[in-house]
Design a protein around this ligand. Structure first.
Ligand code: NAP
Length: 300
């Protein structure tokens, strides 16, 4: 299956490499063309100049771009040359409604659309261990197996188009609560003067551990937040969760609190940092008090 890849960002760059390792990658395209040209030269695949050119030469196109409008823009860009029976796999995190709109556009050309949002961070993208939540026709899901298996380790079909995005929104709600808890706990531990590396190593094996604690608490210990999963992207995801919950007349407290914290981080210019930058706000809680004592400082 000749596969094209669109969107060579923090995730897409690794995912395209994994498709090439599986012998599936035929061509890459990126809005900023220089990235596509550099990767194409490295992987010895094509880097056509336009989206129709990539659609014309592929049986499947995987996309991983930023937000709802971008997915629709890319889908419209591919459409004029999308082959009958081709499969579009969109790995971006967007609303279920956007997935349904993109599917409708693709169906107009006789192509299948699968919403395939992923979880597992840039590490999961690099190591091909992503969890992939899929919505779409079961037959297209079956045909797409070689591509999905090249990108991830846990692959689940949740129902019609949009169901993958609903599963991903569920995940993003959990991530909001967990990253906030990790940041708050780490700020507390630092104020207590605990040796943070030893703490991460120990609590990382305890009941309160999580992927975010093991992989992102070290950012907090170092005070450096390279993306990662950008603040502005998770803020975008929580906007989607907000809208989806809103349809039930519900406001989710964890989602709303993190939306406020991300808005603050973005206003301060940290929108392109990893979401572990939440620690910046949590450590300020302790800096504001002048009765800070660190009973364990010096015992490290
Ligand atoms: P990123 O590093 O910001 O990269 C975004 C990519 O999308 C870039 O290649 C960008 O092109 C391209 N793009 C954006 N708007 C476009 C448009 N209108 N037309 C064409 N290309 C466009 O983002 P990322 O971290 O790879 O995330 C990509 C998607 O995966 C997002 O939906 C995100 O929510 C989701 N996701 C991310 C993670 C994570 O840990 N990073 C984990 C799971 C899911 P340029 O190079 O020209 O800017």
């Amino acid at each position: 299956m000749r596969t094209g890849f669109v969107g060579l960002g923090a995730m897409g760059m690794h995912m395209a490499r994994n498709l090439q390792r599986a012998g599936l990658l035929a061509a890459v395209w990126n809005r900023t063309a220089a990235k596509a040209q550099a990767l194409a030269a490295e992987l010895k695949v094509d880097a056509p100049a336009t989206l129709p050119e990539i659609a014309a030469r592929c049986d499947a196109v995987v996309s991983c771009v930023s937000a709802d409008a971008d997915v629709l823009e890319v889908t419209r860009g591919l459409l004029p040359a999308l082959r009958q029976g081709a499969i579009m796999l969109d790995c971006s995190t967007v609303s279920a409604e956007t997935a349904r709109q993109a599917a409708q556009l693709s169906a107009g050309r006789g192509a299948e659309f699968l919403d395939c949002p992923v979880s597992g961070g840039v590490e999961g993208a690099r190591d091909a261990t992503l969890a992939i939540m899929v919505g779409g026709a079961p037959e297209a899901f079956e045909r797409a197996q070689p591509i999905l298996k090249a990108l991830g380790r846990t692959i689940a079909h949740f129902g019609p188009v949009g169901a993958g995005q609903a599963a991903k929104a569920t995940n993003q709600i959990m991530c909001a609560g967990i990253i906030e808890a990790v940041a708050e706990a780490m700020a507390f531990a630092r104020a207590e003067g605990l040796p943070l590396d030893k703490l991460i190593d120990t609590l990382g094996k305890g009941a309160g551990s999580s992927w975010y604690f093991v992989h992102r608490a070290p950012n907090m210990a170092r005070g450096s937040y390279p993306a990662g999963f950008r603040v502005r992207l998770h803020a975008k995801d929580l906007g989607i969760c907000h809208d989806m919950a809103n349809r039930f007349g519900v406001e989710l407290p964890v989602v709303e609190r993190m939306r406020r914290e991300y808005a603050e981080l973005e206003a301060r210019g940290y929108g392109d940092e990893d979401i572990s930058a939440t620690f910046r706000l949590k450590e300020e809680l302790f800096e504001r008090t002048n009765i800070m004592r660190a009973p364990n400082r010096g015992n490290a």
